[in-house]
Design a protein around this ligand. Structure first.
Ligand SMILES: Cc1cc2nc3c(=O)[nH]c(=O)nc-3n(C[C@H](O)[C@H](O)[C@H](O)COP(=O)(O)OP(=O)(O)OC[C@H]3O[C@@H](n4cnc5c(N)ncnc54)[C@H](O)[C@@H]3O)c2cc1C
Length: 402
């Protein structure tokens, strides 16, 4: 039996950051276990048609967290990253408009602008009606019938591919917030106003795909990283992983849904795990070159299977073609290069906050730390996953382990 202070499950950004922080703090007794042959999780890249392609979908590094940038620059120096100003568009009424729509209506022909302005002006939120609790009703309440019908409802039906009535609104602080006044102002001044979306400016590697930095982080861990090793069993009482790896603490960044077949957990924990849902995303490569200056384009048209196009030539040097992101429930396989991310988005259902709370309580009682997108079942970008991984490792090192 090999014995470690920490066994970390999953070498995506959060597991890698947790492990490297332990190393920096002088802690040597840890092992990171990863089922794939390369570290990086959803942020991995592969070479496709002569250039890198990010297999987890479009990935761009937000520049806002200095601590995260400094941490990542240790593995891939700043000089290897290209900073770009975000150009993201929405395909609406046959033309591309900058995202977010509410801040860029001025780019539409006058008649369309008036249609959408009228829709927002009649929205229930401006008439003082109470905020609904389901995402579906919130969309119309906030943006009015027309933007809901032509953009937000179809787009969200495509990306999540579940009944939008089952999703909550507690995560909407992550969406750009543009008031009616700001929409009017932008229409009159012909410039966007309101809270700008994440990634206003982003970093992307000059020569590589987004996966390069995480691959290097994995390699730097040497024997502390066990690749091509799926976690298959967890004995909770004795904290034994795969029958021969014993831990004082288990740190999990792998999806809770997988724990159901691996671990002996109480019935109420299993029932709460069954309440956690997720969306799978297929990434498909297309060799044609698109004539847009956008880095990515959102498409709400439900006649098309995909919901987003990543214009690789506009952010990845010496590349051609583009890739699409499609919820796996909508994919129509046509041949060509394709990758399925079974675990892509945790779903923010109405019951999730209660279910995850119960799982956290049980995990804490059993010396299990929950980190990252799947340990906390939160939509988080990689910079947030890194930041949370670093903080969790620092906190854990100050805690006495039995
Ligand atoms: C479509 C899409 C677009 C995104 N765009 C961006 C973006 O532009 N910018 C950004 O910063 N972030 C973006 N993200 C978010 C980013 O991918 C995540 O924040 C990040 O990957 C979370 O890291 P993690 O380590 O928590 O989880 P993951 O990356 O999912 O890592 C989990 C790891 O666990 C491993 N694992 C799972 N099961 C097992 C098992 N049984 N045994 C062993 N190992 C296992 C997996 O192989 C994986 O390596 C995007 C995500 C998606 C889906």
């Amino acid at each position: 039996m090999d014995h470690y202070k920490y066994i970390i499950l999953g070498a995506g950004p959060s597991g890698l950051s947790f492990a490297h922080t332990l190393k920096t703090l002088g802690e040597d007794s840890f092992l990171l276990i990863e089922k794939e042959r390369v570290a990086g999780g959803l942020c991995r890249s592969e070479e496709v048609d002569g250039a890198p392609l990010d297999i987890g979908g479009g990935h761009f590094l937000d520049v806002k967290r200095k601590e995260v940038l400094d941490f990542l620059f240790q593995f891939m120096p700043k000089s290897e990253w290209q900073e770009r100003k975000r150009v993201s568009k929405i395909n609406i009424r046959g033309q591309e408009v900058d995202y977010p729509l509410e801040a860029n209506l001025w780019q539409l022909p006058l008649a369309d602008r008036i249609d959408f302005l009228e829709s927002i002006a009649q929205a229930s939120c401006l008439r003082g009606l109470p905020m609904p609790t389901s995402f579906e009703e919130w969309i119309t309440w906030k943006l009015g019938e027309r933007i809901a019908a032509e953009y937000m409802l179809p787009y969200n039906r495509k990306i999540w591919s579940v009944d939008l009535k089952t999703l909550g609104i507690y995560w909407l602080y992550k969406l750009p917030d543009v008031s009616f006044r700001e929409t009017l102002q932008s229409c009159l001044e012909h410039t966007p106003s309101g809270t700008l979306p994440a990634h206003g400016t982003f970093l992307y590697p000059k020569k590589y795909g987004y996966g390069e930095v995480w691959k290097r982080m994995g390699e730097a861990l040497k024997d502390h990283l066990l690749i091509s090793t799926p976690v298959a069993s967890i004995d909770i009482e004795d904290r034994i992983v795969n029958g021969h790896l014993k831990a004082d603490k288990i740190v999990t960044s792998i999806p809770w849904s997988q724990w159901l077949s691996m671990a002996n957990m109480p019935e109420y924990v299993r029932n709460n795990i069954l309440k956690l849902h997720y969306a799978s995303i297929d990434v498909d490569y297309h060799a044609e070159i698109l004539s847009t200056n956008a880095h990515w384009v959102y498409d709400p048209d439900e006649r098309l299977a995909h919901h987003r196009i990543l214009c690789r030539t506009n952010f990845c040097a010496d590349s051609k073609g583009y890739w699409t992101e499609t919820n796996s429930r909508r994919t129509i396989k046509k041949g060509g290069w394709s990758y399925t991310n079974e675990y892509a988005y945790p779903l923010n259902t109405l019951e999730k906050p209660f279910a995850i709370e119960a799982i956290f309580r049980w995990a804490a009682e059993n010396n299990i730390l929950c980190i990252g997108r799947w340990g906390t079942w939160e939509h988080m970008n990689s910079d947030v996953a890194v930041s949370a991984g670093i903080s969790a490792a620092r906190k854990a090192e100050r805690v006495t382990v039995k």
